[in-house]
Write a protein of this length. Structure first.
Length: 150
């Protein structure tokens, strides 16, 4: 399906002009330069549905990565690394968050399960949209660091 989407995609640059809401949802108004507007947009009927992907651009016309997204991605990676850390497993075990094991892969799986339970998530990707889960993980990670310092 993704190949069909790419093959049929309309690409153009636009500038966000305004955004408001009505009973049907969000109304996003974009300004598209006439030279950039695909002719298909002119001929498609009002009410035609589109799948939309947008990438914010910086002044050099390159994708602009938002700082908060970078922080969240680092937090997700940190969680993955921490769950492979035997000291973190020991911390989790001492705090009754995981079952005992001496098998590294099992220790990692127990840590993953323990973090998910502690943060009330099903997957680390939920950190992207769940501020509460991120905050809980940061507390857990900070508590582990303090535990490790003694």
């Amino acid at each position: 399906m993704s190949d069909d989407i790419r093959q049929n995609a309309l690409s153009f640059e636009a500038v966000k002009v305004s955004m408001n809401q009505d009973k049907n949802g969000i109304i996003l108004r974009l300004n598209v330069h006439p030279n950039d507007c695909p002719k298909e947009l002119h001929t498609d009927w009002v009410g035609t549905r589109y799948m939309v992907a947008m990438v914010r651009l910086n002044d050099e016309d390159m994708p602009d990565t938002r700082e908060d997204q970078v922080i969240i991605e680092r937090l997700i990676a940190s969680c993955g690394l921490l769950c492979r850390n035997e000291d973190f497993f020991s911390y989790m075990f001492e705090n009754d968050m995981v079952r005992h094991s001496t098998i590294p892969i099992q220790m990692e799986m127990y840590c993953i399960e323990g973090v998910r339970n502690y943060c009330n998530i099903k997957s680390r990707t939920e950190f992207r949209d769940n501020v509460s889960a991120r905050d809980k993980f940061v507390i857990l990670r900070d508590d582990f660091k303090a535990w490790k310092r003694g």
